[in-house]
Design a protein around this ligand. Structure first.
Ligand code: HEC
Ligand code: HEC
Length: 270
């Protein structure tokens, strides 16, 4: 007993207690951190939209207007949704070179997937529209290619030809060859109906139907392996914020520790 109280009065006792307290705080932080995740995600999302707005102002606003309301050179983008942006920009159609062409063609895409996600987040924030489809929606799992063939002949072949080889339409317009188009872009084209193509919302062509059509096109085009890829977003927001809390939280505790230690030392002297 005596030994214990002697040790408690040791000048380093305050520091030991403090270190224990710090360890506990760390543990508690780890336990409660997930509760902050939703808010961190929200902050990350608004940063993504901010970045998208900057890209939009530089690359798109001249035709689509400063707030996406449209001009005589480009339609309003309010409510077109993230899927339309992902399709238009990653197939290189947007930014268009000119608004005067009979049909804006596919070309080399000039944005990274992360930038496209930012543009899409910004446009989606202007008004609700179809979201970018997930791999689960356009992937081969559970798809029926034979059913897809039937759906394709009934809904798409009049423009794209029976096996999707494409064909000319009126006034210099054309339905493109669908060979080599990724499943994600096929899904997005059906969902958003680019230029002279009608859109096929889920009420006309259900999610399962779209999956089947994609499987059919993959089968006739002999695609075996598909990259569903695309870069994941950095997602450094929450980590950076956690670190911030750690450094400032710990800093404050250490300041208290130093103060306590100084007081103990003073009390001893007097
Ligand atoms: C030179 C003018 C021009 C520029 C620059 C431009 N666009 Fe467009 N955009 C158009 C025109 C014209 C259309 C309509 C094409 C059509 O449907 O006939 C269009 C259509 C779109 C659509 C499809 C809208 C819908 O109803 O589905 C999206 C999405 C889009 N643009 C996004 C963008 C983004 C994002 C950028 C910047 C990276 C951009 N555009 C830059 C002229 C432009
Ligand atoms: C009325 C004619 C028409 C019908 C019907 C039609 N499309 Fe299209 N489709 C087009 C045109 C025109 C384009 C080119 C649009 C563009 O370049 O923005 C196109 C573009 C596409 C693209 C983009 C290709 C690329 O190179 O990026 C895909 C994928 C596509 N269509 C799939 C389909 C599927 C699947 C169906 C049936 C569910 C269908 N289309 C029905 C006319 C049509």
């Amino acid at each position: 007993m005596k030994k214990l109280s002697a040790r408690r009065r040791h000048p380093l006792a305050a520091l030991v207690v403090l270190l224990l307290a710090l360890a506990c705080t760390g543990g508690l932080y780890a336990v409660f951190a997930p509760a902050d995740k939703a808010q961190a995600d929200e902050t990350a999302q608004s940063l993504t939209i901010e970045e998208g707005k900057k890209l939009y102002t530089v690359g798109c606003a001249s035709c689509h207007g400063t707030g996406g309301q449209g001009t005589s050179d480009g339609p309003s983008l309010v409510g077109v949704g993230a899927a339309a942006v992902d399709f238009q920009v990653s197939t290189g159609r947007m930014p268009a070179a000119t608004s005067q062409a009979a049909q804006i063609p596919r070309k080399k895409n000039i944005y990274s997937q992360a930038e496209i996600d930012q543009l899409a987040a910004y446009i989606a924030s202007l008004g609700a529209g179809p979201a970018v489809p997930t791999e689960e929606q356009y992937g081969p799992e559970g798809a029926d290619a034979a059913k897809g063939g039937e759906l394709f002949r009934n809904n798409c072949a009049q423009c794209h030809n029976f096996t999707g080889k494409g064909g000319a339409l009126t006034h210099g317009k054309y339905a493109p060859d669908l060979e080599g188009v990724t499943p994600k872009h096929i899904y997005e084209a059906m969902l958003t109906g680019p230029q002279n193509m009608p859109s096929f919302p889920d009420s006309t062509l259900s999610e399962q139907n779209k999956k089947d059509v994609i499987a059919y096109l993959n089968a006739v085009n002999g695609e075996e392996t598909e990259s569903y890829g695309g870069l994941a977003l950095g997602g450094i927001g929450p980590v950076a914020e956690g670190l911030f809390a750690w450094i400032f939280g710990l800093g404050a505790l250490i300041a208290v520790a130093v103060w306590v230690a100084a007081r103990t030392a003073k009390a001893k002297k007097s």
